[in-house]
Design a protein around this ligand. Structure first.
Ligand code: GDP
Ligand code: IMO
Ligand code: MG
Length: 424
């Protein structure tokens, strides 16, 4: 297993949480390295369902340690809530979770600002999760953010929190939106800070110690390639680098220590929020994918837009992320389709192109060129090995692997742990 980075290859919600959970059986430490509680990673264990937002999905395996790295933006109130909820369900969290002292903190003023930006954008809004992610990363880059190390110095933290919140309150008052009640908010933060403080440490040291001792470390990506702030469909993206390189800068392990990159892709495509999406379907096929795949956001509950697999976009993702193990999820959702389409090229201004245009306005104008194959029309949900998959289904997967120039490694045929198998 060694040190592995796992990332989403599409627009998020590829089933990363489920694959992380399965891989965690062989892992000693799972590290989140970017994003915040905009993420919603679902893991189903038996009859129980867990949706993790900030805590790494490895927490559901008793022997596994978890860390939230410096690249993550952490809302202390929601992190605390997540810990309380998991502990109420019988998981020991406090002793197994470490929080980087360098991680930026997200406060209610970031969330209000997120909403304010969105309302100012009107029709051009991004469709954010309103979790304050963009404003928190902006504060980090503006060098006015508060880091988790503040949780160890409550007096200093109170001063800095109040100063920064007062600055935002001026903006809110002028814009005519709700302001932050500083006393009430600080009262909540203080209580939570005392509980989180023992988890705060320089995670670079613990991560590297584990690596030196030959332990297996898994870096859990959030969101997906096309939401990356540099490479994604800008400006319809999130505010962090969601690609594999971010595991090093946000997780604290050098590139020379990374052994593998697992890229997770759905057998079709979904997107939640605004922004162009070339293979989006507005017909019965799209509705069918949404219904069978239960495509509703794990964080906001918003319906996800659905479409066919986009091999042009996903090949680029596999290349950029250096994927050497491909995980295809939600294969079962296509079980009943008479025919299945895959976008293998784009057409722009009458010309066929093999890459996604960098300019999002151009991307919004391309037309997908599809190839169509007959579906397998048999249930795959009970398959436990490659051999048990219908021939046409295996051909579909091999085709995707060829198009993406990345080797298949993991197949997922349902939301449960046992509905997953490896191609050894
Ligand atoms: P993540 O953000 O990448 O972790 O993905 P989400 O948890 O937001 O969304 C994936 C959804 O698909 C969750 O509801 C999972 O339980 C579900 N899921 C994961 N893998 C499969 C699969 O192979 N088949 C089906 N039908 N559902 C799956
Ligand atoms: P996981 O980790 C899918 C989308 C939002 C919006 C854009 C910016 O569960 O795959 P933000 O709140 O980050 O500023 O919103 O990014 N988005 C996600 N879409 N899965 C996610 O996470 C997402 N996190 C953010 O819908 O379009
Ligand atoms: Mg999700």
């Amino acid at each position: 297993m060694a040190n592995t980075v796992l990332v989403g290859l599409q627009w998020g919600d590829e089933g990363k949480g489920k694959i992380i959970d399965v891989l965690t059986e062989k892992v000693d430490l799972v590290v989140r390295f970017q994003g915040g509680n905009n993420a919603g990673h679902t893991v189903e264990v038996g009859d129980e369902k867990f949706v993790l937002h900030l805590i790494p999905s490895g927490i559901l395996h008793e022997g596994c340690q978890c860390a939230i790295g410096n690249g993550v933006v952490v809302n202390p109130l929601t992190l605390h809530q997540e810990i309380v909820e998991l502990e109420a369900r019988g998981f020991e969290v406090a002793k197994r979770l470490r929080l980087s002292s360098r991680a930026q903190l997200v406060f209610s003023y970031h969330c209000i600002m997120d909403g304010l930006f969105e309302s100012k954008l009107g029709e051009s809004k991004i469709g954010t999760t309103k979790r304050g992610i963009g404003p928190a990363y902006a504060d980090k880059v503006n060098r006015v953010g508060l880091r988790a190390s503040e949780l160890l110095d409550l007096e200093g933290m109170e001063h800095r929190f109040r100063t920064q919140a007062a600055f935002y309150n001026e903006i809110f008052a002028e814009a005519g939106v709700e302001t932050v009640d500083l006393a009430a908010e600080w009262g909540r933060l203080k209580k939570v800070a005392e509980k989180l403080a023992p988890m705060v440490e320089d995670t670079v040291v613990s991560v590297n110690r584990m690596a030196r001792d030959g332990r297996n470390i898994l870096f859990e990506g959030a969101q997906g390639m096309w939401l990356d702030v540099d490479y994604g469909t800008y400006p319809y993206v999130t505010s962090s680098n969601t690609t594999a390189g971010a595991a090093c800068t946000g997780g604290g392990l050098a590139p020379s220590r990374i052994d593998h990159v697992v890229g997770v892709a759905k057998a079709y495509t979904t997107r939640v929020g605004e922004g162009p999406f070339m293979t989006e379907l507005f017909d019965g096929d799209g509705e069918r994918m949404a219904r069978i795949g239960n495509e509703f956001g794990a964080t906001t509950g918003r319906p996800r837009r659905c479409g066919w697999f986009d091999a042009v976009a996903t090949r680029y993702s596999a290349m950029l992320n250096g994927v050497d193990k491909l995980a295809i999820t939600k294969l079962d959702v296509l079980d009943d389709f008479e025919t299945i389409k895959v976008c293998t090229a784009y057409e722009l201004d009458g010309k066929t192109i093999g890459e996604m245009p960098v300019c999002t306005r151009d991307y919004a104008r391309v037309k997908p060129v599809y190839q169509e194959v007959p579906g397998w029309r048999q249930p795959t949900t009970a398959a436990t090995s490659w051999q048990e998959l219908p021939t046409r289904c295996r051909e579909y997967l091999e085709w995707l692997s060829r198009l993406l120039e990345a080797p298949l490694d993991i197949i997922s045929v349902g939301p449960r742990r046992d509905q997953t198998f490896f191609l050894e």
